[in-house]
Structures are given as C-alpha cells and as structure tokens.
Design a protein around this ligand. Structure first.
Ligand code: C2E
Ligand code: MG
Ligand code: MG
Length: 745
C-alpha cells in the first residue's frame, strides 16, 4: 500500500497549508486601509502581544496555556474586523512562539512558522464564517443586541477553536505518528474552554467600551476591578496549584528515593539471606557428616554402618542375590597402650588401625568405627562364606604387624567375630549383635576370628538373664559363703580360711563364682556384692574365734575384685566393716590379683598403703599368672603371695613349674613376704612345698571349700590335719624333689 514517510507527510502538509495561509495574510493586508490603523488598533495589538508573551499562564499537569490574547483577537475582530485581527494574531503567535523558544523550550523554527500559518488560517476562516452567518460584525456590535453578540462570539470562538485544534491535532499526529482522533481528544479538545473564555472576555470588554463611551466611569472601574480581581485570584489559584503540584512531585521524588533506598536495603537483605542460606546449607552438610562419621578417623560411624546393613538386609529380603558378612573387631591391649603411653598415642594407634582396615577392603565394602577400639566391616557381594574367613585371617595378621608411633614400636591385635547376613534377621542391629557375640567368643578362645552360631546367642541370652537375676540376688541376699581352710604347712595346723562366694540361684541351684563374678564386675554389682561378702565373712570369723577362745588366732581371706580396688570409697567401706563386725583388722586378708594391682601400679601403691593403714593384710592372688614387674613388687605394701594352682598342680610332672614355685618362694623370702600355695591336691605337693619353705597352703588335699555348718564340724576336731597327714613331719624319700639346699643356691 502507498504510504509516506513521517517527514514527507509533514512537508506535504506544510506545503498544502502554506498557500492558504499566505493567501489569508495577503487577504488581510489587502483589506486594510491606513486609516483603520488608529491608536486603538496599535494599542490592542501591543496589548495582545504583551498578554500573549508575558501574561501566559500554564495550567499545571495539562499542556494548556491560558492567555487572554485569544480573547483580545476576538475583540479585534469585533472592533476592527477580520483583517486586523488576522495580522495581530499572526504577529502575536510568531512573537509568543519565539519567546517560548527563547525561554529554552525546544521548539523548531518550522513549528513556529506552522503555528503562525494556523493562526492566520484560523482567523481567516472565523472571519469568513462570521461574515457568512451575520454579514457585518460592526452592525451587530453597534446595535448592541445581547443575544446576537453572544451568537457572534460563539461562532467566532468556535470557528477559531475548530480550525486551530484540527490543524494542531493533524500536525501533531503526523509528527508523533499517533491517531488524529486520540491527539485531538487528549491534547486539543480542552482548548475549547480557552476560546470560550476569550469570547466571554471580549464580550465584556466590548460592553465596557460602550460604557466608556457613555462616560459611565463606575461601570468601567467596576469592569477593570472585576478583571483585576479575577486575574489576581486566578493567578494565585494557579500558583497554589503549582505549589501543591510541586510538593506532590517532591513527595513523589522522595518516595522514589526512599523506594530506591529500600530496594537497596532489600537487595542487601536478600544477599545476606542468600549468604546465611549457604552457611546453613554448609553447616547442615557438616552436621550430616558428623552424624554419620567418626570424628577421629573420619570413618563411617555406627549409624552409617547400620544404614548400609539395612539396605543389604532389604535386598536379601527381596530375593536379590546378596551375600554379605559383618565383621566385628576389638583390639587387644588397647587400654594398656592408652594407660601407659597416653591417650594421644592411643588415638594415633586407632587412626593407623583405621588406615590399615580401609586399605584392605573393596569399594563396595564398608569399614566403620563404633567406639574406642571397636570397628566393624561389611563385606558385600561375597561369592562364598570362605571369602569372609580368609579375609578375617588376613586382617588379623595385618593388624598384628607392629605400628611405629613416634619412633616407638607398638603392638596390638584384633579379635574378630563374623556373622553372615541373611533375610531371616528381623533387624540390621541383630546381625551386628551376633558378630559382637562371636567376637567375645574369639577373645575367650584365643582365636583370631570366630563365626557366629545360634548356640552363642542362647548363651548370651542366658548371660543377660543372669545379669538381671544378679540384681535381685543382692537384694534377696542369695549369696552364700563357702570357706576353704588354709593350713600352716610347718605343723599342719589350721590358720584360717578363704571365703569363696556361691550363688544360691532359686532355679539353677548353686552357681560357681566364675560364672557370675565377671558379669557382676561388668555391671558394677560387684561392689554391693563384695560389701555383703566382707560383712558376712568378718562376722563369721569373729564367731569362730570366740568359740575357739582365741587360742589359735584364725584369719579370713576375702577376694577383692580389680574393679572394686579402684573405688574411691573402698577404704571407708573396709573401716566400716571392721567397726561393725568387731574383727581384729590383722585377721582380715584381702586378696587382689596381680593384674588388678599392676594395671595402674603407681596409684595401686597409694591405694594399698591406705588399705594397709586400716590394719588388714594384703595378698597377691594367683601370683605367677600375670606380669608383675619386680620393680613394683617390692614397693607394694603387701604381706602374702599366693602361688597359682597351675604351678602347684604341675609341680610333679614338670620341673619347670617346680622351678617357678621355688623361685616365687625365694622371691617372697627376699621381699619378706609369706607364701600361700593354692590347689594342693597331693601329699607329694604338700611335702615339696614344705621343703621349699612355703608357709601356708590350701587345696583339696586338706579340704574343699565348705559351707559354714561343715566348717563348724571341722573346727571341733583340732588335730584333724595331723591325723590326715601323718607323714607331714617325715617327707617320703626317693622322689625327684627340690631340696632346701637347692633353694639356697
Ligand atoms: P581364687 O581366689 O584363686 O580361689 C581359689 C579357687 O581355687 C576356688 O575356686 C577354689 O575352690 C579353687 N580350689 C582350691 N583348692 C583347689 C584344689 O585343690 N583343686 C582345684 N581344682 N581347685 C581348688 P572357686 O571357689 O570356684 O573360685 C574361683 C575364683 O572366683 C576365685 O579364685 C576367685 O578369683 C573368684 N572368687 C571366688 N569368690 C569370690 C569373691 O567372694 N569375690 C571375688 N571378687 N572373687 C571371688
Ligand atoms: Mg583367692
Ligand atoms: Mg587364686
């Protein structure tokens, strides 16, 4: 479709308009005679231009300039005809436009020319319209008919408005490429008020001029005053409106600035929020890691291990090919390393063990640290069960190799329990529990590893039951003491007893100490239990001593667990028992195993000294089975050494054991200690020990541990031992015996 560019359209518009406008001007110039240009015309022209240039008021917010110059042009038309009005309008428009331009408003010279054209053409059209409708304007004005003047003014002003507004809208729509109708309604239509106001003003002026001619000075003054007041009031109103508009704009600007500031703050907070969100995420990750990992080694912890086990268990339930095994590891002697070399060394050992373990498993397996020296391994995707045992064997060997920590060689080894996973396990924890049980068996049996079987579980359950029963046993005083006589070997006389505890279990009958002492030690029940035993043994001895009339002073030996030995209230407990039972402190002998005192030798010395201050005697029980350091032994404030039964019973078969017994006795003599030989079962052992100078002995040869009633019968017969052992004073000949002579060597 044919279309013109914007610039071309404007130029075409101007080109079409120009001849008409110029013709209009020529028409005006042609029609003017010099006589018509009197002082009134010049005054009116000057006034019009002045008003247009200087008394122009721009209404706020709309692009309308209110000026009375349009009214004056209408007035010029009324008074002097269209030609004069046209020339005044042309001059006024041109000069007002130039003035606006000078004030810095960007207005193109072309626009000034176009404006002038519009003014010329508009006045021309208005003049012609009036002439067409009313004929001579002069006549109507002179006649002074009010209605006719109003009609005249209406035609004039509306024709001026129509031509001016249409042309301006047309020109503007070409320039802005908007629709003519939109431009006219939005920007030009409102000018109709201006033209109508101008017409009213012109009408009033014409009427006042009539009054002037009639020398009605009051009317003229009233009209001038009226206009003055209107002008000033209007100007003030416009100024007020301008001020409030300016205030509103200022407020808007401030709001915008505030909004900008708020946006800035908001962005800052959003950034802060993002940062803290990231930090939160990071710490969440750290917490997650901490929740599933061991802090020392960085290995997965128990929670993680159990989670993986759960997954494997689920797979095997879904009948997926999934053979896996759980290995539970416990290090041997870790506590000793920790106590002797310090915790930081202990930690380093743990880290080294963790490293070795991690180096031995495949990617799909898992190594975890549970606590202390306990580790777990999951072997997944096993082809055969042997794979797990071969691995356990390799693992045990690798972990037993020396560790170099701080230039020092440290040894440890691991005991391993193995449990194979299967879908019958109700919970993942149960597999781990079974591997743990198997690990305890490997400890007991001195095996590198043990595979779990159901019997172990039954035994573990039994043990748990015993633990529960044991708590009631203390409350119900189900413990019974058996007493084993201790004999003076020199003259085969009764010197005292060892109190050995038995548990009268309501269902199981008499339970031997080896079955429940370890449990009571692990649960801490050993302490109330020992207090009961001590109390009962001491008061029993006091009774027996009273019966025997103090002729032969008897003593009682009570076993003290290593777990109780470290207890801070032990000394207080002993003194209370001595006070309550009235036993002579020297008649009480406390038996402590070698391991119990050697575990922490320095503190043991202090503890033993305190116990000694109460007046009781101290024996080292099962001597020879532990690893006593001679440097410590001589510092321990002890009274007796009890040679372990294993050496005594083997005295006959093997000279090496005989040598041990001989050495122990010699050592005791050197340390000024008395010796008690345990487990004497034969007359031969008895004689040998006598010859070696062992002071005391106990064993089945003399008596098994017996309940109170039996001991009381035994106490009746004072010469009993001499009767059973007639040969005591004459040792048998011809046997390979250790001689006292050899002892002296
Ligand atoms: P122990 O203190 O070394 O006690 C000696 C053990 O050897 C006793 O076993 C005793 O019956 C046994 N025995 C004594 N003579 C012979 C013998 O000629 N042949 C054989 N085969 N055995 C003999 P029992 O009563 O079973 O006690 C075992 C261990 O239980 C005790 O060893 C002791 O360590 C502990 N024990 C016993 N009673 C108590 C107690 O009241 N408190 C604590 N803490 N431990 C106790
Ligand atoms: Mg004992
Ligand atoms: Mg013993």
């Amino acid at each position: 479709m044919f279309s013109l560019s914007k610039e071309k359209s404007i130029n075409l518009f101007i080109a079409v308009l120009s001849p008409f406008a110029i013709a209009a001007v020529i028409w005006a110039l042609w029609g003017i005679t010099v006589e018509r240009l009197d002082a009134g015309v010049i005054t009116l022209a000057v006034l019009t231009i002045f008003c247009s240039v200087y008394l122009r008021i721009q209404l706020p917010r709309v692009s309308i300039h209110v000026t009375i110059s349009d009214g004056l042009i209408i007035l010029a038309m009324l008074l002097y005809g269209g030609e004069v009005a046209l020339l005044i309008a042309v001059a006024e428009t041109a000069l007002a436009s130039i003035n606006i331009y000078r004030q810095g408003v960007p207005i193109k010279p072309r626009s000034i020319v176009v404006n002038t054209y519009f003014a010329a053409f508009a006045v021309f059209v208005a003049a012609k319209a009036v002439a067409l409708v009313f004929g001579s304007t002069e006549l109507i004005v002179q006649r002074g008919d009010f209605t006719s003047i109003i009609w005249l003014l209406a035609v004039m002003s509306l024709s001026l408005f129509a031509v001016n507004s249409v042309f301006v809208a047309l020109y503007s729509s070409l320039k802005t490429e908007r629709s003519f109708w939109k431009v006219w309604t939005e920007n030009c239509f409102s000018a109709v008020i201006m033209y109508l106001t101008g017409a009213v003003v012109a009408g009033i002026i014409v009427k006042s001029l009539e009054a002037l001619e009639q020398k009605n000075i009051f009317l003229v003054a009233a009209v001038i005053g009226f206009f003055g007041v209107i002008y000033l009031t209007f100007r003030r109103f416009v100024d007020d409106v301008k001020k409030s508009v300016e205030k509103a704009r200022q407020a808007e600007r401030e709001r915008a600035e505030q909004a900008e500031q708020h946006v800035g703050e908001l962005q800052h907070y959003v950034a802060e929020l993002e940062r803290s969100g990231e930090a939160l995420h990071e710490s969440h990750e750290k917490f997650r890691h901490a929740a599933y990992h061991d802090a020392l080694t960085g290995l997965p912890n128990r929670n993680y291990f159990i989670d993986m086990l759960k997954g494997l268990l689920q797979q095997s339930r879904e009948n997926l090919e999934c053979n896996f095994a759980v290995l539970f590891l416990d290090l041997n002697g870790f506590k000793t390393i920790n106590d002797s070399l310090g915790h930081s060394m202990g930690d380093r050992l743990i880290k080294n063990v963790a490293k070795r373990l991690s180096g031995m498993v495949r990617e799909e397996d898992m190594v975890a640290r549970f606590s202390g020296d306990k580790f777990g391994v999951i072997l997944s995707d096993l082809l055969s069960k042997e794979e797990a045992t071969t691995f356990a064997d390799r693992l045990a060997k690798r972990l037993a190799e020396p560790y170099t920590l701080d230039g020092r060689q440290v040894f440890t080894s691991a005991k391993i329990g193995i449990a194979y996973g299967n879908s019958k396990y109700p919970e993942a924890e149960d597999i781990l529990r079974d591997a743990d049980i198997a690990m305890y068996y490997s400890k007991d049996n001195e095996e590198n590893y043990v595979i779990f079987d159901q019997k172990m579980h039954i035994r573990a359950v039994t043990r748990l039951q015993l633990e529960t029963d044991l708590r009631f046993a203390i409350e119900r005083e189900e413990f019974e003491l058996y007493y084993q006589p201790i004999i003076g070997l020199e003259n085969s006389s009764l010197v005292g007893f060892e109190a050995l505890v038995r548990w009268n279990h309501p269902q199981r009958g008499l339970v031997p100490p080896n079955e429940f002492i370890p449990i009571s030690e692990n649960t801490g029940l050993i302490i109330p239990m020992t207090i009961q035993i001590l109390h009962s043994a001491c008061s029993q001895l006091v009774k027996w001593q009273e019966r025997s009339g103090n002729a032969t002073p008897l003593s009682v030996a009570v076993n003290l667990s290593g777990k109780h030995f470290g207890h801070p209230n032990l000394v207080e407990q002993i003194t209370t028992i001595i006070a309550e039972t009235g036993i002579a402190p020297a008649s009480l002998k406390l038996e402590l195993t070698e391991g119990a005192v050697m575990e922490n030798a320095e503190t043991a010395i202090l503890m033993l000294q305190q116990i000694k201050e109460t007046g009781v005697q101290i024996s080292i029980d099962d001597f020879g089975t532990g690893y006593s350091s001679l440097s410590y032994l001589h510092r321990f404030p002890i009274d007796l050494l009890k040679v372990d039964r294993s050496f005594v019973s083997a005295m006959e078969e093997n000279t090496e054991n005989g040598e041990i017994v001989r050495t122990v006795i010699a050592l005791a003599k050197a340390l000024n200690l008395k010796v008690v030989a345990e487990g004497i079962e034969s007359v031969h052992q008895f004689h040998q020990l006598r010859i070696l100078g062992c002071e005391y002995g106990q064993g089945y040869l003399f008596s098994k541990p017996l309940p109170v009633a039996d001991i009381e019968r035994l106490l009746e017969d004072k010469t009993r031992w001499q009767n059973i052992l007639p040969a005591a004073s004459a040792p048998p000949q011809g046997r390979d015996m250790l001689s006292p002579l050899r002892l002296a060597q």
